[in-house]
Write a protein of this length. Structure first.
Length: 212
């Protein structure tokens, strides 16, 4: 596990709490804010390969099902899978994990696994564990289906915001309480294609938060 950054700073003057939802007009892409790099593409690649090596050692000889938690983890999921030198099977789930901008709201499983997992080894791949609600929701739900093992791999861990306990078996980086985007993580569906993890200054410290 690698830690990055210092403690979160105070809110900057002129920043506002984001209110974008899927029903709102899309943000003006011409007015997007600059993203400050927190974790470089090279650092992500190096750590991802280390995680792949750990997974290979732990699951050697096993039939491993790698589960992508849409949408944020898709970039990390694909890149990680290509680093793992084991026979793998893929599946995905989609969990609605955002509220109305002022409260978390209930979690909803929008897309379930297509494959049965009873007696199988399952590794959930998450982009970021923030409050822990999404990972805890999935672990509790899928554990009831009788997998041989069920663990979580996360690119990022933000323990300062945890509200429920969740064990992360494979963690890329531990980060402070910053609003981060890039490498699959978004704000209003933007910034996912950045090759690095960066801090979005316009939202950092302004009350914006994920509930993952």
């Amino acid at each position: 596990m690698v830690s990055f950054g210092g403690p979160a700073g105070s809110a900057k003057s002129g920043t506002v709490r984001p209110s974008w939802t899927s029903e709102s007009p899309m943000p003006d892409v011409a007015k997007l804010e600059t993203v400050r790099e927190l974790i470089s593409a090279e650092e992500i690649t190096r750590r991802r390969r280390e995680l792949a090596g750990e997974i290979e050692r732990d699951y050697g000889g096993e039939d491993l099902l790698l589960v992508c938690i849409l949408r944020g983890s898709m970039v990390f999921f694909v890149d990680l899978a290509r680093e793992i030198d084991l026979p793998l099977r893929f599946d995905y789930v989609d969990v609605s994990s955002y509220g109305d901008g002022t409260s978390p709201g209930a979690l909803e499983l929008r897309a379930d696994l297509r494959e049965p997992i009873e007696g199988r080894h399952v590794l959930l791949v998450e982009d970021i564990v923030d409050t822990g609600r999404t990972a805890r929701f999935l672990v509790d739900r899928l554990s009831a289906r009788g997998p041989a093992s069920l663990h979580v791999a996360a690119l990022l861990d933000k323990p300062s915001r945890r509200v429920v306990d969740v064990e992360i078996a494979y963690c890329g980086f531990t980060i402070p309480d910053r609003f981060v985007v890039g490498y699959g993580l978004d704000w209003a569906q933007l910034y996912r294609n950045l090759p690095y993890i960066g801090v979005l200054d316009a939202l950092d410290g302004a009350g914006a938060a994920r509930i993952e």
